[in-house]
Design a protein around this ligand. Structure first.
Ligand SMILES: CC(C)(COP(=O)(O)OP(=O)(O)OC[C@H]1O[C@@H](n2cnc3c(N)ncnc32)[C@H](O)[C@@H]1OP(=O)(O)O)[C@@H](O)C(=O)NCCC(=O)NCCS
Length: 180
C-alpha cells in the first residue's frame, strides 16, 4: 500500500465496487461531472469499466483509497494515460461524499505524485477538471500543480458546455512535502 499522511492507496477489492458505484456513480449529476461521458445505469454484477481492474491494461493503475486510521474505504484514484515514451500520465480521483472536504483529496494527489514521479519515473503529471471544481483545483495546487490553460466549452455536462482547467506538474518542480 502507498501511504500519505491521512489516506492509503491500495489495490481494488471486489467488495469495494458496489460501495464506490453507489457513492460516486449512481447520482446522475455527480457521475456526469466526474466522468466526461454520458451517465448510464450499470446493472449490479456487470463489469463496470470505471471500477473493474483490467490487469492487461498497462496505461492505467487504479487504486482504492482508504483512511489510514481504521482502513475505511473512502474513494477511488488512478494514474491513467501512462505514456512511457513521453513519461507522462494523468490523475483521476473521486471521494465518497462523506469523505470530502477533510484534506483527503490533497493527500491522494500527493500520494499519486509520489507513485508517478518516484515509483514510475514520470516527468510530467496532469489533471483535467471542470473549471468550477474548486476542491479538485485546490487539491492540485496544494501539491504544486500550476494552471496551464483553459479548455473552453470542452465538457458537455447536464445540458450545458462547461470549461475545463488543465493543471500540470513537472518532476523537477515537485516538492514532496507540499501536499501534506
Ligand atoms: C475533488 C475532490 C477529490 C477533492 O478532495 P477533497 O478531499 O474534498 O479536497 P480537500 O479537502 O483536500 O481540499 C482541497 C482544497 O480545496 C478547498 N475546497 C474543498 N472543498 C471545497 C469547495 N467545495 N469549494 C471551494 N474550495 C473547496 C479546500 O479548502 C482545500 O484548499 P486549501 O488547501 O487551500 O484549504 C473531492 O471533493 C471529490 O471527490 N469530489 C467529487 C468527485 C470529483 O469532483 N472528482 C474530480 C474529478 S476531476
Amino acid at each position: 500500500m502507498l501511504t500519505g499522511s491521512k489516506v492509503g492507496l491500495r489495490a481494488r477489492h471486489e467488495d469495494d465496487i458496489p460501495i464506490l458505484r453507489t457513492g460516486l456513480y449512481d447520482d446522475v449529476v455527480n457521475g456526469s461531472r466526474a466522468e466526461g461521458s454520458p451517465w448510464r445505469p450499470i446493472p449490479p454484477g456487470s463489469k463496470d469499466p470505471r471500477l473493474a481492474v483490467d490487469d492487461t491494461e498497462p496505461s492505467r493503475v487504479p487504486f482504492s483509497v482508504v483512511e489510514l486510521d481504521g482502513g475505511t474505504l473512502v474513494g477511488t484514484a488512478a494514474l491513467w494515460g501512462i505514456d512511457t515514451h513521453n513519461r507522462s500520465a494523468h490523475i483521476g480521483l473521486g471521494l465518497l461524499p462523506t469523505a470530502r472536504g477533510k484534506g483527503y483529496g490533497t493527500d491522494v494527489v500527493a500520494v499519486l505524485c509520489h507513485y508517478g514521479f518516484v515509483v514510475r519515473g514520470l516527468q510530467r503529471i496532469q489533471i483535467e477538471t471542470l473549471a468550477d471544481n474548486f476542491a479538485m483545483i485546490g487539491s492540485a495546487e496544494r501539491n504544486g500543480f500550476v494552471r496551464e490553460g483553459v479548455l473552453r466549452s470542452s465538457a458537455w455536462v447536464m445540458g450545458e458546455f462547461l470549461d475545463e482547467v488543465l493543471l500540470g506538474l513537472l518532476a523537477r518542480d515537485w516538492k514532496p512535502d507540499t501536499g501534506s
